[in-house]
Design a protein around this ligand. Structure first.
Ligand SMILES: *Cc1c(COP(=O)(O)O)cnc(C)c1O
Length: 441
């Protein structure tokens, strides 16, 4: 029988922080990460060394069978009686990737974490680990297009796992969908792509747990600002490609959760990461460990600028959506869940009404003003803009897009960090005036 939550799985170390529906102590990811990178390099370097080996020796031949029996391994797995510091093969655990995983686990306040070759690799592995053929997922209908395609098209065809899509702001609808047994996972994004809908994580965790399911949260849009496991979730997944990398140069992903769950993903016989193999290269993992220490600073700046843009766009009467604006439907809800000091994130959307006007605005901003780039993705230090309906959410049909609140002229903007704020705002104001005056349409 597969495990049921929360009885048979350990929840995160800090999940007691959220007690009785009121936050007693705010989780501080900066403080939690303080010691996570304190590891000397091979020659006393202030950076840890890169373990570039794909395979690892044992000093005595009889150690090898113990590794295969799970009696020795890299984790201090009391439950499995394994001792630490013993590696086998790079697809299983690599010490450098594991160091990065530990830093991410510290950031999310979970017992363990591990990194993967892509965000979707992490999401697919987690969901396959939690759901067997014939079992069900209940998912938010407002999610990343690739995840939507995985759940709607790929899983039913290839693994017999089916998904019911719901409006997660309607808790009665979520509860009703969860009643269809056997539902194993409630899947949400902390701040959704691209509509910036905010999930009520404590309430959704309670619903999931009432039905013996795990709450899995994609926290790609809100690293540092939200810590879903502290709010009651069981597993966090990330597209590290976005804010955590911050440079639009690396595709990467991650999973954070209990030690038992992370270890299960690496099981030699039944582990989805071990057997499907979306393995992160240790050189990439090492490079990413150099970016986590300033993730908090970057998120603060992304958020401050995004809020500044959102306020000025709103003043101009533009149709702007940003969770830091009081006009956002879940503004108060987000405030109640946020960690302190990182703002409300770097993404905003601007509805230009029609695709033609949206495209015109983006062209002026990119080609006349070097304001940013017309490109998918987000979390880059430069501004990225895309028209969601015809790009990252085009996996959704027109009706599905309408239901998810994605109008055709909706531009998703990931606000960057370069240039001065006033310089960038002047460029935006100029481009908006050009579109409004109809020049060039
Ligand atoms: C980009 C993205 C993914 C997919 O991640 P990759 O790293 O591109 O595989 C998943 N979820 C969200 C919210 C994303 O933005």
């Amino acid at each position: 029988m597969s495990p049921r939550w929360p009885l048979e799985w350990d929840l995160g170390l800090f999940s007691v922080v959220f007690a009785g529906g009121t936050m007693t102590t705010k989780f501080d990811p900066v403080a939690a990460m303080a010691d996570s990178r304190h590891e000397f390099g091979e020659h006393g370097g202030v950076n840890s060394s890169i373990e570039a080996s794909t395979t690892f020796t044992v000093m005595a031949a009889d150690e090898m069978p113990k590794i295969f029996r799970g009696e020795r391994g890299p984790f201090s797995m009391q439950a499995r009686n394994a001792t630490g510091g013993c590696y086998l093969y790079g697809r299983n655990f690599n010490p450098t990737v594991y160091t990065f995983g530990r830093m991410l686990a510290a950031m999310e306040g979970t017992q363990a974490g591990y990194a993967t070759a892509s965000g979707l690799g992490a999401i697919a592995a987690v969901l396959m680990q939690l759901c067997n053929a014939g079992e069900r997922i209940v998912s938010s209908k407002t999610i990343y297009g690739g995840t939507f395609a995985l759940l709607k098209e790929f899983f039913p065809l290839k693994s017999g796992v089916t998904t019911t899509f719901v409006d997660i702001t309607d808790h009665a609808a979520v509860e009703a969908a969860m009643q269809q047994a056997p539902t194993k996972v409630l899947y949400i994004e902390s701040i959704a792509n691209p509509t910036l809908e905010v999930a009520d994580i404590p309430a959704l965790a309670a619903i999931a747990h009432r039905h013996g399911a795990a709450l899995v949260v994609d926290n790609t849009f809100a690293p540092m600002l939200l810590s879903p496991v502290q709010l009651g979730a069981d597993v966090v997944v990330h597209s590290v490609t976005k804010f955590i990398s911050g440079a639009s140069d690396v595709i990467a992903g991650a999973v954070c959760g209990s030690e038992a769950f992370i270890y299960s993903l690496m099981d030699l016989h039944t582990g989805a990461l071990m057997l499907l193999g979306p393995t992160m290269d240790p050189k990439i993992a090492h490079e990413l460990t150099l970016r986590l220490p300033h993730l908090g600073l970057r998120m603060r700046e992304h958020s401050a600028r995004a809020l500044g843009f959102a306020e000025r766009l709103a003043e101009r009467g533009a149709k702007v959506c940003y969770p830091g604006l009081p006009s956002h439907p879940q503004h108060e809800l987000l405030q109640s869940q946020l960690n302190e000091g990182f703002g409300c994130g770097g993404l905003l959307t601007l509805d230009m009404g029609t695709v033609a006007r949206a495209n015109r605005l983006m062209e002026i901003l990119q080609n006349d003003h070097s304001f940013g780039f017309m490109a998918v993705s987000l979390g880059y230090f430069e501004t990225l803009m895309s028209c969601s309906g015809s790009s990252t959410s085009s996996e959704l049909t027109e009706a599905e897009q309408a239901a998810a609140g994605i109008s055709p002229g909706l531009i998703r903007i990931s606000i960057g960090l370069t240039g001065s704020f006033e310089q960038r705002w002047a460029q935006m104001a100029d481009a908006l005036s050009a579109v409004e005056s109809g020049s060039g349409i």
